[in-house]
Design a protein around this ligand. Sequence first.
Ligand SMILES: CC(=O)NCC[C@H](N)C(=O)O
Length: 169
Amino acid sequence: MASRLSIRNTKADDGKRIWRLAVDSGRLDVNSSYCYIMLCDYFSDTCFVAEIDGEAAGFVTSFIHPLNPELLFVWQMAVAEEHRGQGIAELLLHHLMESESCKKVRYLETTVSPGNSASRRVLSKLSERIGTSMVISKGYTSALFPEGKHEEEPLIRLGPLQKTSIPTS
Ligand SMILES: CC(=O)NCC[C@H](N)C(=O)O
């Protein structure tokens, strides 16, 4: 039977499932489970979860910069290994960017470490599909992290973003 994919805004009780996706992704900095519950609750308008047959298959957490309503910061995104390669990350970003809360957003910023090639690829494809630029700059260097023991986190900036639907074919 074809899997049923649905994407929706998060709720507090999605926190533990998104925490588990972050842990299992093997690519993300795992925050406290409390952090995911809080994000899913207080930032639910810009956090989305993808479910397949009711099971969490992917997520995106983000927030609009408190001092700049035109700037969206994507904190984390990940798709469960068994569901990768189906365009779920692109769909999550599409739902996010087309959401009511992002009506004034003109730029998307995020950091992606060199080891997270999947997220880098998703963002690159997105910039091509909506016909806007993707600018990579310094972001957070390893020196910012305790004992410099973290990969560099270059900043990726997409925009200006036009309000057009993103072809997902
Ligand atoms: C887009 C994305 O998932 N970035 C991850 C940033 C950082 N390494 C983290 O895991 O929070």
